[in-house]
Design a protein around this ligand. Structure first.
Ligand code: AMP
Ligand code: ZN
Length: 475
């Protein structure tokens, strides 16, 4: 099979055929840097990372672009409230975002364009739309996109969100970056300067002002990837208005070659929920990555949870779910540790591993991670059985390790952190316990075991004698 993805444009799973053979241009709407991102936001970025890694696994030469939205309505509001400069304010949250992004093992995109660095391209794009009669300056001095004019050119507004104009009540104009389908109306491309904007403004042919959010992504994506590119990603909440407006602006400027679209495949990730509701800053039902790290979870455990569910299925985030992810990952880590012990860390390239075939089949099917994890845990079971029976050769183990490493180039979980060395005092307690057991003083041996447990260490009796293991803290 070849890779198939669900395209929001056609609402169907389509074979993925890039515009230029073997090369993929992929744009994912990035964070609005006005606060710490929550793990719902990160679900979308981890999903983009997964797709990018899988495309690379399938041999495509991928160019992954993710913008940083460093000027829009919410940012301007926060900057006004804090009295800090725009760059100082957004710089802080961008650094925090990228630190979290790295902690979740997301590969840095090849380009991270900032909206504020693309004002020239944004103005040029608006100029083109004005010249084509699709955009106009209104009495408030802002420049708006005319939905009527765009539709008058035979273009289809609503193709992505599947809007039914006949059933809709349309408004005059909206100046805010975010609005609901019910208030479909001309939207702002360039927002005329108002006192609340403070120092945040740029000159333009229409007077001082700042760009609207939607035009930022059209200008940045087309400048870097060209007027037509393969993949555009984001969370499902971006379908309308953000992505619908991106299509309207980009195709309205008519920069594409005849017969070409702005974007060939639109792929959207479902939301991470909390008790059935979208995890959102505005609802106050969110966890940041930092909240979870402070509870003792690791970036790879959180990543595992986020990639354990299909990207088009929404799911509820719970701490119990995260504990389940820890257990599942622990099983996998245990097997990898045993295989590594058997081979002394030697791996072998294995193109015929059943693990790889099943993985590829499942992932080609619209990134079916559920199927993929199902076959991986069957494989874990089989390998453990062979290890327990002593029927696994070193060569087999090396080949199994090699196959897992290829799978993990896509899942990006990385190796388990090395076991923590016990401090001298803890080791001394273990020796006391061994001495107590040898002299058959089991009551004392139990007291010492409880003392170790209270200090966060458990004893695991192995064939090579007792081993100390740090217990990870639980929330
Ligand atoms: P923002 O920084 O608000 O522009 O959002 C960044 C990305 O996070 C966008 O692609 C959103 O669609 C996505 N997003 C926001 N909330 C959630 C959620 N609860 N689950 C998954 N993705 C989300
Ligand atoms: Zn965007």
């Amino acid at each position: 099979m070849s890779l198939h993805l669900f395209n929001t444009l056609s609402r169907s799973v389509e074979e993925f055929v890039p515009l230029v053979p073997n090369r993929v241009g992929m744009y994912c709407c990035g964070p609005t840097v006005h606060n710490f991102a929550h793990i719902g936001n990160f679900r979308t970025f981890v999903f983009a990372d997964l797709l990018r890694r899988y495309l690379a696994f399938r041999g495509f030469d991928v160019q992954h672009v993710m913008n940083i939205t460093d000027v829009e309505d919410k940012i301007i509001k926060s900057v006004g409230q804090t009295g800090r400069s725009l760059a100082d304010f957004t710089g802080e949250y961008e650094r925090a975002f990228l630190a979290d992004f790295d902690a979740l093992h997301c590969l840095r995109p090849h380009q991270l364009p900032h909206a504020t660095e693309f004002v020239v391209q944004i103005v040029a794009l608006i100029r083109t739309l004005v010249a084509r009669g699709i955009a106009y300056q209104a009495a408030d001095q802002s420049v708006y996109f005319s939905i009527d004019k765009y539709r008058g050119c035979g273009c289809h507004y609503g193709q992505l969100a599947h809007l039914n104009f006949e059933e809709m009540r349309s408004g005059e104009r909206v100046s805010s970056d975010d609005y609901a389908k019910e208030s479909i109306a001309d939207f702002a491309l360039w927002k005329a300067r108002v006192p609340e904007d403070g120092d945040v403004f740029w000159p333009s042919p229409w007077g001082e002002g700042r760009p609207g959010w939607h035009i930022e992504c059209s200008a940045m994506s087309m400048d870097i990837l060209g007027p037509s590119f393969d993949l555009h990603l984001g969370g499902e909440d971006l379908v309308f208005p953000h992505h619908e407006d991106e299509i309207a602006q980009s195709e309205g400027a008519a920069l594409q070659a005849t017969g070409q679209r702005f974007v060939k495949y639109w792929v959207h990730g479902a939301h991470l929920l909390v008790e059935g509701q979208k995890m959102a800053k505005s609802l106050g039902n969110y966890f940041t990555l930092r909240d979870l790290l402070a509870k003792g979870f690791s970036g790879r455990e959180i990543r595992y949870l986020l990639i354990s569910v299909h990207y088009r299925a929404s799911f509820n985030f719970t701490l119990e779910g995260l504990l389940g992810a820890r257990t599942a990952l622990g099983r996998l880590d245990e097997l990898i540790a045993k295989l590594t012990e058997l081979t002394g860390g030697v791996t072998a390239t294995s193109s015929h591993e059943v693990l790889l075939d099943q993985f590829t089949d499942a992932m080609d099917d619209d990134l079916n991670v559920s199927k993929s994890w199902g076959s991986i845990f069957n494989w874990v079971h089989e390998q453990n059985k062979k290890l327990a029976q002593g029927t696994m050769s070193r060569e087999e183990a090396a080949s199994a390790l090699g196959a897992w490493q290829r799978v993990d180039q896509v899942f990006g979980l990385g190796a388990a952190p090395a076991a923590e060395e016990a401090p001298a005092l803890i080791k001394a307690l273990l020796q006391d316990r061994q001495a107590a057991r040898q002299s058959k003083d089991f009551a004392r041996s139990d007291v010492i075991r409880d003392e170790l447990k209270a200090q966060g260490w458990v004893i695991e009796d192995t064939a090579k004698g007792p081993k100390l293991k740090k217990v990870s803290s639980t929330p």
